[in-house]
Write a protein that binds this ligand. Structure first.
Ligand SMILES: Nc1ncnc2c1ncn2[C@@H]1O[C@H](COP(=O)(O)OP(=O)(O)OP(=O)(O)O)[C@@H](O)[C@H]1O
Ligand SMILES: [Mg+2]
Length: 362
């Protein structure tokens, strides 16, 4: 390719190289991810068939091409057949030295709120967790004293007064539970990644949700049965899926549908800090039809203590992001009212582990 391949693959903005006849010559990985279509499905296809834009810009685009000038279009809804539209800004630029070729960059607005990737918690979040852990530990002792004293007091009380001591005991218990969650967040065990059948883990998560917090929801499985095994820690993965499903259940109304989807996306690569690339071809999505992420926190949901629920601790998604980051995976979210997709992308288990493990279990 004419462009430096590394530059093209690393570009964090969805980008398409367009031929003079408006077909897609080359999509970058960010564009594949954004449009939810593989390079194969995109390359050679007419761009307006693959990228659905709710604005009439073909004419302006033709003019820009004829004049070899750039074109900026702001605030248009961009979708593909595979994904709901998102508001984006689009930039077209002529490719220097290649007459008629255009570069198309799609920048989702509030990119942070639509797709959030959290490999590691930020420094500030880390110190907040450290502080909270220490506090949690320190607060639990006096709380035990308060609760014990209230119980002693309650022995000599009746009626309304008794209700008050019960309230103290009950609320203290709630605080202790919250503190325990904070402590647990700080003390995660190191993962033991091995070849895991994702569908087994998803099934376990779904089953336990369906008899508990998700009893009011409908679950739909949309699995790719040929999906190879993932390299992951099965227990931690279960925790991840349970958290995602629980959030979806809490967001959805009675009878809401939660879709568990798995598929293979060979093009997804993650650049590690050291510059090397990790392939993350296994995709697991938890999709709900609830109201979507609250706008004011949408960009921060993976940060600890960010919650849009009255009784939420805001640790669920921080835990998800921490666990998935710990095994070299990637977590992202896209949310519009009526469709919220949390996606976990995982590395594949090595070939020998695939075979051994399959035989061992069958
Ligand atoms: N599927 C979803 N649909 C809509 N909003 C969501 C969804 N998942 C998460 N959220 C929002 O993101 C917030 C953060 O989620 P997170 O799981 O981190 O914390 P929490 O659910 O509030 O508390 P916890 O999980 O610790 O009990 C939620 O409070 C909710 O506002
Ligand atoms: Mg939660």
């Amino acid at each position: 390719m004419i462009l430096d391949a590394a530059l093209w693959t690393s570009l964090p903005v969805p980008a398409l190289l367009l031929a003079p006849d408006d077909t897609i010559l080359d999509p970058n990985p960010a564009a594949e991810l954004f449009l939810n279509l593989s390079s194969k499905a995109l390359t050679g296809a007419p761009v307006w068939d693959r990228v659905l834009i709710d604005a009439d810009l073909e004419e302006a685009f033709a003019r820009a091409r004829a004049q070899s000038s750039p074109l900026f279009v702001n605030d248009v809804d961009v979708g593909s057949g595979e994904r709901p539209p998102l508001q984006c800004n689009i930039q077209f630029a002529p490719l220097q030295g290649f007459s008629g070729h255009m570069l198309m960059l799609i920048s989702p607005r509030e990119i942070a709120s639509r797709m959030t990737q959290n490999q590691t918690s930020t420094k500030a979040a880390k110190s907040a967790i450290g502080m909270a852990e220490m506090l949690a530990h320190e607060i639990k002792n006096p709380l035990a004293g308060i609760s014990g004293a209230a119980q002693l007091l309650s022995m000599g009380l009746r009626g309304e007064d008794l209700e008050l001591t019960d309230l103290i005991v009950e609320e203290t218990r709630r605080i202790v539970k919250l503190l325990e969650q904070v402590e647990q967040f700080g003390n995660l065990t190191t993962p033991v990644p091995r070849a895991v059948n994702i569908h087994d883990v998803l099934d376990r998560a779904r089953q336990s949700a369906a008899v508990g917090f998700g009893a009011h929801m409908m679950f739909v499985e949309d699995y790719d049965p040929s999906l190879p095994r993932a390299m992951a820690d099965a227990d931690q993965l279960l925790q991840v899926f349970l958290n995602l499903i629980k959030n979806a259940c809490e967001a959805g109304s009675d009878g809401g549908v939660i879709r568990l989807r798995t598929f293979y996306e060979p093009s997804l690569r993650l650049r590690r800090k050291d510059g090397s690339q990790a392939r993350l071809p296994l995709q697991i999505e938890v999709v709900d039809d609830g109201p979507g992420l609250p706008l004011e926190i949408a960009g921060d949901v993976f940060e600890p203590f960010v919650s849009g629920r009255e009784n939420g601790t805001g640790l669920g998604l921080a835990l998800v992001s921490k666990l998935i980051g710990g095994i070299g995976g990637w977590t992202s979210v896209e949310s519009v009212p009526g469709r919220t997709v949390f996606r976990v992308s995982l590395p594949i288990a090595p070939k020998d582990a695939q075979g051994d493990d399959l035989e061992g279990e069958r």
